[in-house]
Design a protein around this ligand. Structure first.
Ligand code: AHR
Length: 850
């Protein structure tokens, strides 16, 4: 007699075939990715997902330029290969491969040396060689060959018949529509695996989209919750650098923001590369009958600052600048005015310099220009009234011809009184986070829009007019007024460690310039001198100014003692292409062999999963990279439902810097999700060594990215509720993570109306805690996040540990949709702490003093 289990396994065997068919296809002429369906008989097809895109094209600048045309897919010896054309005009194509159809290798974009475009490829394998046959819009047909799907032969002309014969495309009916694609025979287990993965992805996506708006349903029937936090006596060391900041010149964060300069386009270096409609004359206005001006480049003040204003007038002129949406000055404060001028008609001229508001002169001075060579004029202006809408005017009477450049109006009142310094209120808001490090100058600003736009640190030091401004890929101009010296000085002023990030010899993969940025790096022949450029930074920052010429530059700028650079970021969320890997490895090896103590921070792409993440981590492990920089911008639900994300990371290898992260909103709900994530970062503070929210600053009316941590305008600073979470965590860090258990119980009514305890995963995930000790002070800090509508009493049990009789408690609370919440402070006695009530939707930080 057959037993039940034998029957069950026979049923299992009989219920599916060994092999089935899959159909790879794309919808529409330009598609969002390669999709797949399966069939047992090639008659009825079932789409995965449905409509799930397994691989999307990463070629081209952000957004709608990332398109995939006519993908051709091949399954050979258990591996998947895909090629497609990236647009209709480029002599490049895309190639990628995957062992499981799930994680695809970061895409390659080989160049075709015949310069014709590449359309409608057919991919095949013949006699052990990969062959791509394609057509061009000139009506030509070619084939490319490769042994390894990596290095491709030059295009060989073929005839139309050969091209057509290699077409494996079939048309099937899928969900009632006729679709073209390619059929492959695979094992049934492959289909099962893909099915499982796509179902999981859909389920996970639902979880990631969970939000507090669903709480009424989520907690239906639950009257309340309660917690018991049991704090153990054991602990582990964690990073003391967990909370830092990431400064990038995005959203007018630098010029017009943190950088205190009041004149916009002070050096006439704006151009249409910054923004289509801009020119060197932008933000300046010339007034006066018979006055004319042009931008001249003959004999400039410096080659890096090659444009200047050449003004001719027969009856006087007024040149006016209204700064960044108006110049803000305060009565009684001092403003340094400086400019370069020369007379260009041999005659002496008097220039009157005025700060005005609504036609009224608030301050003035004058300079006599008599030399035909550039002279640097300096003065101080002290306005008689406050204004938010001031202008700076340079006025000249009578007949004149003058050259003017580098016209600067700079407040003396800067953060810590630094010359060429920072806006005090904004800098103070950053300092108040008590960040343990500052990452700069980007972000995408670091690797740049095309190779020409990569951030070159040496162009940012020295005299201001010798620095090289450049276009900012966020659509405006970087003056480099905040250069590397100013970044390092700021770090020192706020007690933070500098973390400069320089390009890995490749530009942003989303570049719109320079062959779509995809991803021609610097030629390898230039990598030696590029590596030297990176090592020069270490020398400049840390060298002995008595012996090192580079360190002498630092000393001459005002800082004879070393800056104590410990970290160097190489690359920013780059595509982990072969081009990138070759250059990154070159730099990493060179720098580490000369400076073994410098911690190199590598990069693993812009997402928490996917090609760049997987291959970036593979590279990190192979090359034993010190630290890698992870980035993810995801919904609050991701943070709630991914709390064990780091728990399984290898503790012995490469460490993590979570360099950019945020939860896509400035509501309390977002801030609480971020607080939950910080409790998980603390628990994993032995592997996650640093983190920084992004982006940091945003000027109202000039934002390219939302949300941000701090908004501002010319006069005010508006920290978000997310900021207060960062600030509470930055000022309440620990050096030891203390193991603890939070036991969460729900309370509901039974049939007789009696309150009974129960368990709920939803409540567990939303009442979170972490406990750290700051060994410097001996204080123990408890962070409690309550992302539920209840106000649970939490019994806190800290065993025999002894603290002072009162503790400081900071609390942020409100409704999930609130945006204006700020922490309130109170002092509670130990008994009250032991029975702590966490308000609904709140973040509490309890500091128990030794
Ligand atoms: O933080 C804004 C941008 O996000 C950064 O420049 C880039 O690294 C990421 O894509």
């Amino acid at each position: 007699m057959l037993t039940d289990s034998v029957l069950a396994s026979r049923k299992e065997i009989l219920s599916h075939p060994d092999t089935v068919y899959v159909f790879t296809y794309a919808e529409g002429p330009s598609t969002d990715g390669i999709k797949m369906a399966y069939s047992i008989d090639q008659q009825t097809w079932i789409p995965f997902g449905p409509g799930y895109s397994f691989v999307k094209s990463d070629f081209g600048s952000w957004g709608s330029n990332k398109r995939m045309f006519s993908p051709s897919v091949l399954y050979d010896k258990g591996k998947w290969y895909a090629v497609w054309n990236v647009n209709n005009d480029t002599n490049q194509f895309a190639a990628t491969e995957s062992v499981d159809f799930w994680v695809w290798k970061p895409q390659d974009y080989p160049y075709l040396d015949n310069k014709e475009n590449f359309l409608h490829p057919h991919l095949s394998k013949e006699n052990g060689l990969f062959i791509v046959r394609y057509q061009t819009s000139n009506g030509n047909y070619y084939q490319l060959k490769s042994q390894d799907f990596h290095i491709w032969s030059s295009p060989e002309p073929i005839n139309e018949q050969t091209y057509t014969k290699s077409n494996r495309q079939k048309t099937i009916t899928l969900s009632g529509n006729k679709i073209s694609g390619e059929v492959h025979r695979v094992s049934y287990s492959f289909v099962e695996g893909i099915s499982q993965k796509t179902n999981d992805a859909v389920l996970r996506n639902n979880l990631y989209n969970e939000n507090c708006g669903e709480d009424e349903n989520r907690f239906k029937g639950i009257k309340g919750i309660k917690g018991n936090l049991i704090i153990s006596n054991s602990s582990k060391p964690i990073s003391t650098n967990l909370i830092g900041i990431f400064f990038e010149d995005i959203n007018y964060s630098a010029d017009g923001g943190l950088y205190a300069e009041l004149i916009q386009n002070r050096d006439f270096e704006y151009s249409n590369l910054d923004r289509g409609e801009w020119s060197p004359q932008s933000f300046w206005e010339l007034k006066g009958d018979g006055a004319q001006w042009k931008i001249s480049t003959e004999n400039p003040i410096h080659a890096n600052n090659s444009h200047y204003a050449s003004i001719i007038s027969s009856n006087g002129f007024v040149l006016e600048n209204s700064g960044f949406d108006g110049i803000v000055v305060k009565k009684g404060e001092q403003y340094d005015i400086s400019l370069f001028a020369k007379t260009m008609n041999g005659k002496s001229q008097k220039l009157s310099i005025k700060i005005k508001s609504d036609g009224k002169v608030l301050a003035s001075t004058s300079f006599k220009v008599s030399s035909g060579s550039w002279k640097h004029f300096k003065g101080v202006l002290s306005p008689s009234e406050d204004t938010n809408r001031g202008t700076l005017t340079i006025e000249c009477n009578g007949t004149s011809h003058v050259g003017l450049d580098f016209i600067s109006l700079f407040p003396q009142n800067t953060f810590k009184g630094r010359k060429n310094g920072l806006r005090p209120d904004l800098a103070q808001a950053l300092a108040d986070i008590k960040p343990s490090f500052v990452r700069f100058p980007g972000g995408c600003v670091s690797h740049g829009n095309g190779l020409e736009n990569m951030y070159r640190w040496k162009e940012t030091i020295g005299a201001l007019w010798e620095r090289k401004g450049q276009s900012n890929l966020w659509g405006y101009h970087q003056s480099k007024g905040i250069g590397f010296y100013e970044y390092f000085q700021f770090c020192e002023d706020i007690g933070a460690t500098p973390l400069p990030v320089l390009p890995a010899g490749v530009c942003c993969q989303n570049s719109s310039r320079g062959g779509h940025g995809q991803q021609g790096g610097l030629p390898m022949s230039e990598m030696d001198s590029y590596a030297q450029e990176l090592m020069d930074l270490i020398e400049w920052a840390n060298g002995d100014s008595r012996t090192s010429p580079l360190a002498k530059l630092r000393a001459e700028a005002g800082h004879p003692t070393p800056f104590n650079l410990k970290y160097l970021g190489v690359g920013n969320e780059d595509l982990i292409s072969d081009v990138f890997i070759e250059r990154f490895n070159y730099l990493n090896k060179k720098i580490k062999s000369k400076y073994p103590d410098i911690q190199i921070v590598g990069t693993v792409g812009p997402f928490f999963e996917g090609s760049d993440y997987e291959y970036g981590w593979k590279l990190a492990e192979e090359e034993n990279i010190d630290i890698v920089d992870e980035h993810y911008y995801v919904n609050p639900g991701w943070y709630v439902n991914s709390q064990n994300y780091y728990d399984t990371y290898n503790r012995q290898g490469t460490k993590v810097y979570l360099g950019e992260w945020a939860s896509r909103g400035n509501r309390l709900e977002n801030a609480l999700a971020e607080a939950i994530h910080i409790t998980n970062l603390e628990r994993n503070g032995d592997v996650v060594v640093m983190s920084s929210y992004a982006p940091l600053l945003a000027k109202q009316g000039h934002t390219q990215w939302n949300p941000d941590l701090i908004y501002f305008n010319n006069t005010s600073v508006y920290p978000t509720v997310n900021y207060w979470v960062q600030q509470l965590c930055g000022t309440n860090c620990g050096s030891q993570y203390v193991y603890s258990d939070m036991i969460v119980k729900t309370m509901s009514e039974d049939r007789n109306g009696k309150i009974i305890d129960g368990l709920s995963q939803a409540a567990n995930l939303r009442l979170r805690s972490s406990v750290v000790v700051d060994e410097a002070s001996g204080d123990m800090i408890i962070k409690l996040v309550n992302m539920t509508p209840f106000d649970p009493e939490i019994t806190i049990d800290f065993g025999n540990k002894i603290f002072q009789p009162t503790a400081e408690v900071s609390v942020i609370s409100g409704k999930p949709s609130d945006k204006e919440n700020k922490p309130t402070q109170k002092t509670l006695n130990i008994q009250e702490i032991k029975k702590y009530t966490a308000p609904a939707y709140s973040f509490s930080v309890i500091r128990l003093k030794k």
